[in-house]
Ligand binder design. Structure first.
Ligand code: ADP
Ligand code: ZN
Length: 360
């Protein structure tokens, strides 16, 4: 088992990663928390496969579990769903010594975290992420949020879990496209911080896609460690945490312009990373192999390489992003594999030139 410590000013916690840890969750949790009333929040797809394993293990250690099953899908991440979950918290008489368990992908995780952060001004919660995206990204760092009709993740807070439990075997039931799009975030960690991780993905892509447990443990633990280090340095996203947005500036614009329907997050981010890499090459910040190696991986994953969106629409949307600072665009740009800088020097001319090109 790998254990990664997320060191924060008040709420440090561990991420436990291994294959098959779901059935031992009660035992591990009992070391962190007294048995208590517990609300397990999951979605229908995951409920069918994994809820009973978690519930039984928790019950064996004295946790009194009720569960609530969401309809799968991003549109469930809303204040309306939060209201329904608060009802479940009241019905189950949860109090500040109780526990919320998030079992599932990013939707179950963000939704449960938001409810845990706000019910009675905050009750303890743990994350058991089951999608690759949630395991390497959304379950770490304490961002909890729901969507508002006027913007994604616009209503939320920073709220840390008591612990995160990652069972790499849960990926065996994850739809293939979710695995591939989750891998985009892993590639991102390679580009921003870890050339060795990037090389490992290049070499071991076949093993990863075949769900070789050793390979999964390696890429997930490395990704979690990178994110944990960045978050520990910058809990509230004031400075270095911004590098996690590599590929996301243009990625978010693509998602927004296509109303979050046409592309999965990872697909949009992959295209965003390619554009960012190309901007860096155009600006002379790095050599073209930094772009080509990313392009080659994105192609091997079978992800889309173009959007058909107009460059001027993408640029307009970029200026609306909540992360544009006083009207200035900020880009995370690679200066090599494993190193990035944050730049506000990307001119509209470069942008428009790069966005007009395509990837072949
Ligand atoms: P995210 O991509 O942010 O994790 P979701 O929470 O919507 O987003 O998860 C993506 C989809 O994958 C959902 O339909 C969810 O039910 C499904 N899913 C997540 N984990 C698993 C798993 N281990 N096995 C099967 N389906 C899963
Ligand atoms: Zn992302």
């Amino acid at each position: 088992m790998k254990t990664i410590r997320v060191n924060l000013s008040d709420d440090s916690y561990n991420i436990f990663i291994d294959k098959g840890i779901l059935k031992g969750i009660g035992d591990m949790l009992a070391k962190e928390k007294q048995p208590c009333k517990t609300l397990l929040i999951t979605d229908k797809n995951i409920d069918r496969i994994y809820s009973h394993i978690v519930t039984e293990s928790l019950a064996q250690h004295g946790f009194r579990v009720k569960s609530f099953t969401l309809t799968p899908g991003e549109d469930q991440k809303s204040l309306e769903t939060a209201m329904i979950l608060y009802e479940a918290c009241f019905d189950h008489k949860l109090d500040r010594s109780s526990l919320i368990v998030a079992l599932g992908g990013g939707v179950a995780g963000d939704m449960s975290g938001f409810v845990a952060a706000t019910f009675m001004r905050g009750i303890p919660f743990i994350q058991i992420p089951t999608s690759l995206l949630a395991q390497v990204d959304s379950s770490i760092g304490g961002k909890v949020a729901v969507n508002h009709p006027r913007g994604k993740n616009m209503i939320g807070s920073f709220y840390q879990p008591l612990a995160v439990f990652i069972d790499t075997e849960t990926l065996s039931t994850l739809p293939a496209i979710e695995l591939v799009t989750g891998l985009v975030e892993v590639i991102k960690y390679g580009v921003i911080k870890d050339a060795e991780l990037f090389e490992y993905i290049e070499k071991s892509l076949y093993d990863i896609l075949q769900l070789d447990q050793k390979a999964l443990l390696k890429i997930i633990a490395t990704s979690c460690q990178i994110k944990a280090d960045i978050v520990a340095e910058d809990e509230k996203e004031k400075h270095v945490r911004a590098i996690l947005n590599y590929g996301h500036t243009i990625g978010h614009a693509i998602e927004a312009l296509t109303h979050y329907k046409k592309y999965r997050h990872g697909e949009a981010v992959a295209i965003g990373m390619l554009y960012a890499a190309r901007i860096a090459v155009e600006m002379g910040l790095t050599g073209s192999t930094v772009f080509e190696r990313q392009l080659s991986l994105v192609k091997r994953l079978g992800l889309p390489l173009s959007t058909g969106l107009k460059p001027k629409d993408i640029i307009k949307t970029l200026y609306l992003d909540k992360k544009a600072v006083s009207g200035k665009l900020r880009f995370v740009l690679p200066t090599g594999i494993g190193e990035v800088i944050i730049s506000d020097q990307v001119t509209e001319e470069i942008l428009s030139h790069v966005l007009t090109g395509n990837f072949v």
